[in-house]
Design a protein around this ligand. Structure first.
Ligand code: SF4
Length: 250
C-alpha cells in the first residue's frame, strides 16, 4: 500500500504532466540561435570580412548628396538634417545654380532663402546655419571651405558629423566615421558597439574599422540599412553578413 510520501509525489507528477509545454515567444531565440550567436567572434576579427562582403554587395556605395565641390556638400549636408537625401537633391538642384560661392550664401536674403529650402523641413534653423556658416567661411577663411576638423567645426551650424561628411567625401580625408541612425542601429546589431550615443559609437567604430575605410563604412551600412537590414524587419535570410552578425535571426 503506497505511503503518504508516494501519494504526494504522484499528485505532483500529475500536476506537472497535465501542464502544457510553455510556448516559445514569437521571435525568441532558439537554443540553436543562442549557440550560433555565442560563437560569433570578437568585432576586430570579423570586421575585415564584414567590409569585404558589404563592399562586394554594394559596389555603388557612396555619398548620395549631389555636389561638385566642398561648399555644395557642406550646404547639402546642413540641409539633410531630418530630411531625405533625395529631397535635398531636388532642392539643391536650383539652389546651386543661384548661389555659387560662400559670398553668395553669406549675402542671401534670409526670408527668400527660407522659402527656397522650405521643403527640407526646419527651414528657419537651416537658413541661419547656412548663412552663418557662409559668413564664417568668408570672414575667417577667405571664402574657401577649410579642410580640417577643427576649422570646420568652428563654423556656425557645423558639427562633427557634418564635418566628417565634408572631410571624407569632398576632401578625401578619413578623419572620422559618420554616425547616422542607420549606422548606429546596424553597428549595434553587428556587435561593433553597445553604445547609443553617436560620439561613443564613432569612437568604438574608429577602434575596429581600418582608417582607410572610415569614409566608405557608413555608406555601406546606409545601403545595407535601406536594402536588407531595414529597421522594422531586417531581412536576415538574404543578408550577406548574417553568419557574422550576433543579431541574425537565421
Ligand atoms: S543578419 Fe539580420 S540583423 Fe544582422 S546585419 Fe544582417 S539583416 Fe541586419
Amino acid at each position: 500500500m503506497p505511503g503518504k510520501g508516494s501519494r504526494t509525489r504522484s499528485r505532483a507528477h500529475r500536476r506537472t504532466a497535465a501542464r502544457p509545454p510553455a510556448k516559445a515567444k514569437a521571435g525568441a531565440p532558439t537554443a540553436a540561435r543562442r549557440s550560433a550567436r555565442a560563437s560569433v567572434r570578437p568585432a576586430p576579427e570579423r570586421i575585415g570580412e564584414i567590409l569585404r562582403l558589404l563592399e562586394r554587395r554594394y559596389p555603388e556605395a557612396k555619398c548620395s548628396l549631389d555636389h561638385t565641390d566642398p561648399l555644395e556638400l557642406l550646404v547639402a549636408t546642413i540641409l539633410s538634417a531630418q530630411c531625405t537625401d533625395a529631397r535635398v537633391n531636388i532642392v539643391t538642384k536650383d539652389l546651386f545654380r543661384k548661389y555659387r560661392s560662400a559670398q553668395d550664401y553669406a549675402a542671401a536674403n534670409p526670408a527668400e532663402f527660407e522659402m527656397e529650402i522650405r521643403s527640407t523641413g526646419f527651414f528657419r534653423n537651416k537658413t541661419k546655419s547656412v548663412i552663418g556658416m557662409a559668413q564664417g567661411v568668408v570672414e575667417r577663411f577667405g571664402g574657401v571651405v577649410p579642410d580640417t576638423m577643427e576649422e570646420l567645426t568652428s563654423l556656425p551650424g557645423v558639427g562633427r558629423k557634418t564635418a566628417n561628411v565634408v572631410l571624407g567625401n569632398a576632401f578625401g580625408k578619413d578623419e572620422g566615421i559618420v554616425v547616422d541612425t542607420h549606422v548606429a542601429r546596424i553597428a549595434r546589431l553587428l556587435g561593433l558597439t553597445r553604445q547609443t550615443d553617436p560620439v561613443k559609437i564613432e569612437q568604438d567604430l574608429m577602434r575596429v574599422v581600418p582608417k582607410r575605410r572610415w569614409t566608405l563604412f557608413p555608406h555601406l551600412l546606409i545601403h545595407h540599412g535601406r536594402a536588407v537590414c531595414v529597421a522594422r524587419k531586417p531581412r536576415c535570410e538574404v543578408c550577406a553578413v548574417a553568419h557574422l552578425c550576433p543579431a541574425s535571426r537565421i
